[in-house]
Every structure is written in structure tokens, then in C-alpha cells.
Design a protein around this ligand. Structure first.
Ligand code: EPU
Length: 419
């Protein structure tokens, strides 16, 4: 089993320039969208992370042919070989559910394993299913699989009870090939959703926004190929910005879209970090005086749940008490016990974590349980006295491209070890 070892960085302040990769959560729906056409879709700025490889394995099983050339991917699905996303793949990556809408829309059937439990909460998919049913799909649950069928989906008005990112993405993709008009209300407005809509429009779909969280889609008979650049990963960018603030460093984060980072930047500034923005780059300078603050996660443009664990580490170093409220997922505090093993003072009660700063951290062996939890443990390791060894490295590889190499280029002493 591989582990990540963060050596005693001895008060090292991270310095230098780091280039941000394409967004994991934008490339996964973009790959699923290629199911909607028999033509080839080309995606640039593809991050080479494990979830992308899992998605490509799934696509290959369905009949897709693809070529990866550096960070460019060409993928085509001339005809279907299988309509099934297996339990093995869905369990490895919940975002596999993104093939449900496109398969159903183009081929009239889909069989996708139910995701089941998850390290960060219960994460049901009832809203995806309910929306597709409104569009005419017959859906049954058999032997742990969702079986969906529809000769041709038809347009419908769907109001999401709760904002859901992949739920919105699944329904937009399904509606793109449905007969007639679909109106989706209370849609997730994450940049990754907007970017998917832009790709679909390039493919010939008729998708327009009709208010801040309403999408109007006029279904078409067929879609064609397109070329699309994956947007920068705002969560990877946010993670490096926190690393700069936390180590009192001076980091230039490049290849980003600052508009996607506004809430994160606002919170970093409250914490005392200096931020300068220049087109597609941002410089963060950390201060010795980190200030506490209360943070509540919420759908975009609110504070992202995917940055909650990283900010919690920053708040362990603040002069005072912060309250972090997690409103998106019901069990996304698995990093807390691990951070406490490193010396943090955190108390969880329901959806709130009370973080009492400032506590020095001391290195230990810890276990990562999900992607963002593992990022937070690496951050904690950077400021801990002594060595921190992080188990469960497979989580970090799901969504961060070369995180150790990028951190090393900023001066961090971090390496991957086996054993
Ligand atoms: N929800 C339902 N029913 C549904 C769908 C969602 O109740 O049918 C609930 C969820 O349980 C949760 C809330 O709605 O309480 C929002 O979940 P959402 O559906 O938006 O999450 P997701 O689409 O499964 C995506 C990202 C996650 C990110 C969340 C929230 C992808 C591939 N994944 O998940 O990313 O945390 O949105 O922003 O886009 C990560 O990258 O580490 C990650 C977990």
C-alpha cells in the first residue's frame, strides 16, 4: 500500500509558482456527454487523475473508443456495446451515475448500479431518478441496479427539491435529446454545470439559462462532435491557496479562473491572507496572524463543501474559535478525528465543528477517508512538527494531479512511500 510521507517541514514557507490542472468535476460530465453523439468529442486540459481513468474504463465497457494524448482526450461512441455501469465501477466512483441520463436519451435504456453508502454521507440519487421519470422513463430497481427504459424521453418541467450537481448534469444531458422542451428549476449553478452546458451547445444542443437557476432545454434529434477546454479546477486552486496562507508562504497559482474562486478568496482574506489577482493567476501571501471565522458550506456561489476540510486545517491555526457548518453532506467530518490525532482541538456536534485555535500540530500516522479529507491531512502535515504519514492515498489520486510534485516544487518535503 502506498502512503504519503510529509517530513518535518520545520516552519517552511511554501514559495513559487504552481499551475492548476483541469477540473475533475468538469471533465467527468464532459466525458459522459460524449455518449450523446456518434461523432468524436475532443477535450483539452484533461486532468490525469484516477477518476478520469475510472470514467474511461466505464466508457470503454459501453463501447467508446478513446485516445489520450497528454492532457487531450478524443472520445467517440459510434455504437453501444453494453448499457451497464457495473457495481464495481460505481462503487469506485459515484460520478459513474452521469452515464444514466445520456445512455437513456441516446439508446433508450441504461442499467446503472445503485451507488449505496459513501464515506461523506448518504448521498441518494432519488432526484436524478425522479426527474428522468418525469421525462417518461420507466425505472425499476432490481438486484442493486437501476434499470431505466424509454423509447424516447420527452420534455418535462422538473423542480429539484434540493440543488444537485450531478443530478442537474444528468437531466440536462437527457433533455438535450428528448422530444420537446424541458425546464429545470432550482438547478445547481456550479461552474462545472455551466461548462457542461457550454459543451452541449457546441454539440448542437439548445440549452439556455432562464434566470439564475433555471435551465430551458429544447430537445433535438441528434448531436454532433465538438472541442472543449476543461475549466480550471477551483478546488485544487483553493487547496494551494490555503497551503500558501497556512504556511505563511508566497505562492503564485496560475491557470485559474478567479471568478470561480470569489467565495474562497473572501474567506482567505478574512483569515488574514493577502491576495492579488491578475487575469488567470492569483498570488497568495500568508500572514502569521491567522484570524478565526465561521464558515457554512452551501451550493455555488456559496462556500464549497469540497473546501471545508482544507479550511478547517487553516482554522486550527487561527487565534480564536471558528465554527464550520457543513450543510451539503451529512457525514463529511471524517477528517476531524485524524486532525485531532495531530493535535487539533475540534468538537463536532451535528452539522457543526467548533475549531479552537491556535493549536500546534505534531506529526503522526493518519488515515485519509475521502478525497478532500486527504488533502486536508497533507496540509496539516506541512505545518506539523515531525513526520506525518498519510494512509489511504488512493483517495488523493482520485482528484489531484501530481499533488506531491506540485508541493515539492514549492519547497515542501513530501514523498510517496510504499509499505
Ligand atoms: N441529493 C439528494 N438526492 C439526489 C442527489 C443529491 O438528496 O438525488 C443531496 C445529496 O445527498 C447532498 C446534496 O443533495 O446532500 C448535494 O449533492 P450533489 O448531488 O450536488 O452532489 P454530487 O453531484 O453527488 C458533486 C461533486 C462532489 C461535490 C458535490 C457538492 C461531482 C462528480 N461531484 O457531487 O465532489 O462535493 O457535487 O458540490 O461533481 C469531490 O470532488 O470531492 C466531490 C465529492
Amino acid at each position: 500500500m502506498e502512503k504519503i510521507r510529509v517530513a518535518d517541514n520545520n516552519g517552511l514557507k511554501l514559495r513559487g509558482t504552481v499551475k492548476i490542472s483541469g477540473a475533475k468535476n468538469a471533465v467527468l460530465p464532459a466525458i459522459a456527454a460524449s455518449l450523446l453523439t456518434e461523432d468524436s468529442v475532443r477535450l483539452d486540459n484533461v486532468p490525469l487523475v484516477k477518476d478520469v481513468h475510472t470514467m474511461l474504463t466505464l466508457m470503454k465497457g459501453l463501447g467508446a473508443a478513446y485516445a489520450l494524448d497528454g492532457n487531450s482526450l478524443s472520445i467517440a461512441m459510434p455504437s453501444i456495446v453494453s448499457d451497464e455501469a457495473s457495481y464495481e465501477l460505481v462503487r469506485a466512483m459515484r460520478a459513474s451515475i452521469l452515464v444514466l441520463g445520456p445512455l437513456l436519451a441516446r439508446y433508450g435504456k441504461a442499467t446503472v448500479a445503485l451507488p449505496g453508502g459513501c464515506a461523506i454521507g448518504s448521498r441518494p440519487i432519488d432526484l436524478h431518478i425522479h426527474g428522468l421519470q418525469k421525462m417518461g422513463a420507466a425505472i425499476s430497481l432490481e438486484h442493486g441496479y437501476i434499470k431505466a427504459e424509454a423509447a424516447r424521453l420527452h420534455g418535462a418541467e422538473v423542480e429539484f427539491e434540493k440543488k444537485t450537481v450531478t443530478g442537474t448534469e444528468n437531466l440536462v444531458m437527457a433533455a438535450a435529446l428528448a422530444e420537446g422542451q424541458t425546464i429545470l428549476r432550482n438547478c445547481a449553478c456550479e461552474p462545472e454545470v455551466t461548462s457542461l452546458c457550454e459543451l452541449l451547445v457546441k454539440m448542437g444542443a439548445r440549452v439556455e439559462s432562464d434566470g439564475p437557476d433555471v435551465l430551458r432545454i429544447q430537445g433535438v434529434r441528434e448531436l454532433g462532435g465538438a472541442t472543449h477546454r476543461i475549466i480550471p479546477d477551483r478546488i485544487e486552486a483553493g487547496t494551494f491557496l490555503v497551503a500558501g496562507a497556512l504556511t505563511q508562504g508566497d505562492i503564485l497559482v496560475t491557470g485559474i479562473n478567479p471568478a470561480h474562486l470569489e467565495t474562497i478568496v473572501e474567506k482567505l482574506k478574512i483569515a488574514g491572507a493577502g491576495i492579488e489577482v491578475d487575469q488567470d493567476r492569483m498570488r497568495v501571501r500568508g500572514s502569521a496572524d491567522i484570524r478565526p471565522q465561521d464558515i457554512t458550506t452551501s451550493p455555488y456561489p456559496g462556500f464549497p463543501t469540497d473546501m471545508q476540510a482544507q479550511f478547517m486545517v487553516l482554522m486550527t491555526q487561527a487565534q480564536g474559535t471558528s465554527i464550520i457548518t457543513e450543510t451539503i453532506f451529512d457525514r463529511r467530518f471524517s477528517h476531524v478525528n485524524e486532525l485531532m490525532r495531530l493535535g487539533a482541538s475540534i468538537e463536532v456536534s451535528g452539522d457543526k465543528a467548533v475549531v479552537r485555535g491556535r493549536t500546534p500540530l505534531s506529526g503522526a500516522e493518519v488515515m485519509a477517508t475521502d478525497l478532500r479529507a486527504s488533502a486536508s491531512l497533507i496540509l496539516a502535515g506541512l505545518i506539523a512538527g515531525g513526520q506525518t504519514v498519510i494512509n489511504g492515498v488512493e483517495h488523493i489520486d482520485r482528484g489531484y494531479e501530481n499533488i506531491e510534485a506540485k508541493l515539492r516544487s514549492l519547497g515542501a518535503k513530501i514523498e510517496r512511500i510504499s509499505g
